[in-house]
Every structure is written in structure tokens, then in C-alpha cells.
Write a protein that binds this ligand. Structure first.
Ligand code: SF4
Length: 278
């Protein structure tokens, strides 16, 4: 039932602000304050966050401060040291046109070391646990293969390194870097085909809950029907319910009898207008 990739991550926006600010000419303390202000703003904007015991403000600020103290700009890439790196993109939306569909995602951090002609991609993930099983999952990640492929298409460059940057959701905090494989062209092309197949499945579902507006000739989605169908007639992803060692926020809804799921969803979640649609 889950959307293709994951859920909102804590620390993503805040860490992006940190990298944006700390790599410009402003004082370190000011850069830290800006990142912390982004966090505070998220909690003010979405008060429900603060009442969730797993995402208290105290934990979030602890994690953010640990991150600002410890995370290197080039992630786990140490071959040429950590000095002299500069960002190519921080929290930037990339859109690749695939004909009928667009692949759209937000890049956490793409950095380069001009003196050595090196480019590294880093994707931040928060996690409840970061053990060997957590590490083993990443080389299979469709999301990361698509990132790799899209970065090459968009920037016309090959990566020197591609890392998952794991940030532990706990006190004490921890950072761990997982280096992803140098996937072949065939593996990346296969990932793109799989993405199209999954898109086709979702598009069919959405169309089955839509009508065509005769004047504008556009689809108008019946959100209530789509919610009902999505919660009761789609396949589940049981292996994803605890991905990143964190229970999926939809877990209680998926475990409830089908006729109770819509009510549970309305009770537990707030509708937020999508920040991006294209
Ligand atoms: S709880 Fe499991 S099946 Fe339900 S939405 Fe989450 S990942 Fe999918």
C-alpha cells in the first residue's frame, strides 16, 4: 500500500539548511542557528509531530546537533580527504522526462572535489537501528538505482562514490555510511523498466477512481474512492512494514479490518496539500 518510496524523513530539511549555510561564507554558529530554526518551524507548523513520542523535539534537536558536529560533506568518501569539497546540489528536485511519465525526486546532496575531478552522491536516511541487516538492504534499493541513473542523465556525469548516510534516531546518536555498488548500465536500465511497471500499476488504479472532465479533457480524481480502493484493494508490502527498522506509520491501519481503515486513516492523519505536483 505504501507509496513507492518511504516516508517523510526527519532531519532532511534541517540538514539541507545546514549544508547550504555552512558551505557559504557565514559564521558556523549562524549556520547552526538557521538549521535549528528550520526544525523549530517544522514543529510549529505540524504540532502533531511534537505529540508523537518517537519524534519529540528534544530527540530531533539532539540528532540535528550531532549531525552538524559529525557529518562530513562528502559522506563516507575519504579517498581524497574531506577538504575542498563543494556542493553541486543540495536538496534539489530533479525531474527526468520518460515520455509518458516523469521521474521526480529530491536529491539530498551531490558534491564535487574539483582538484581531483571527483563527484559523490549522499542520501540521508534516519533509522531506528543500523545493524548488518540494515546495511545489507541498500545495495538492492530500487530508489538508489534510480537516483544513480537520474544523476547521470541530468548532470551527464559518473559518480566516484554513492553513499547512504544513516543517522540513528536515538540518544546517543550515531552516523553510519554504506557505500553502494557500482551498478552496471544493464542493472540501471532494468531499474528504470521496473519503475515504469510500478507507475503503470498505480496509474491504472488512479484512473479507475477518476472521471474525465469533458470540457478540459483532464482526469478528475475521486479522492474518497481512491482512498477506499487504496486501503482495501491493493497488495501489501509486508517486507517494507519495518524497513529502516522503523515501523511504517500506516501499520495500525493496514492491520485493521478493511471496513475500519478509512476511518482510522482520517483519525490518525492530517491531509497536507502536496508541496510538489507536476
Ligand atoms: S504497514 Fe506495511 S503494508 Fe502497510 S503501508 Fe506500511 S509498508 Fe505497506
Amino acid at each position: 500500500m505504501k507509496a513507492l518510496f518511504g516516508s517523510a524523513q526527519c532531519c532532511t530539511k534541517e540538514s539541507a539548511e545546514w549544508w547550504r549555510s555552512s558551505t557559504t561564507d557565514i559564521a558556523d554558529e549562524y549556520a547552526r542557528a538557521r538549521a535549528e530554526a528550520v526544525l523549530l518551524n517544522s514543529y510549529e507548523q505540524y504540532p502533531a509531530l511534537a505529540s508523537d513520542k518517537k519524534h519529540t523535539f528534544d530527540l530531533a534537536i539532539f540528532m540535528l546537533r550531532y549531525y552538524m558536529d559529525e557529518a562530513p560533506l562528502a559522506g563516507g568518501f575519504w579517498a581524497a580527504g574531506q577538504a575542498g569539497w563543494e556542493p553541486i546540489a543540495i536538496e534539489e528536485r530533479i525531474i527526468i522526462d520518460l515520455g509518458d511519465i516523469k521521474l521526480s525526486f529530491q536529491l539530498d546532496r551531490l558534491v564535487r572535489l574539483p582538484s581531483h575531478d571527483l563527484t559523490v552522491l549522499v542520501d540521508l536516511k534516519t533509522a531506528g537501528r543500523m545493524n548488518k541487516n540494515w546495511e545489507r538492504n541498500w545495495p538492492l534499493s530500487l530508489q538508489q538505482k534510480l537516483y544513480r541513473w537520474a544523476v547521470r542523465e541530468h548532470y551527464s556525469l559518473d559518480l566516484s562514490g554513492h553513499y547512504i548516510e544513516g543517522l540513528l534516531k536515538d540518544v546517543p546518536c550515531d552516523l553510519k555510511y554504506v557505500e553502494l555498488p557500482d551498478w552496471s548500465d544493464a542493472e540501471l536500465a532494468e531499474a528504470v523498466e521496473l519503475f515504469k511497471t510500478l507507475w503503470q500499476r498505480d496509474a491504472t488504479l488512479i484512473r479507475s477512481c477518476s472521471t474525465i472532465n469533458a470540457e478540459t479533457m483532464t482526469y478528475e480524481v475521486d479522492i474518497a474512492k481512491l482512498t477506499e480502493v487504496g486501503l482495501t484493494e491493493t497488495t501489501t508490502n509486508p517486507f517494507d512494514c519495518y524497513s529502516y527498522y522503523t515501523q511504517c506509520p500506516m501499520y495500525d491501519i493496514c492491520q485493521a479490518p478493511p471496513n475500519q481503515r478509512v476511518a482510522l486513516l482520517e483519525e490518525s492523519f492530517e491531509w497536507v496539500e502536496p508541496l510538489y505536483l507536476a
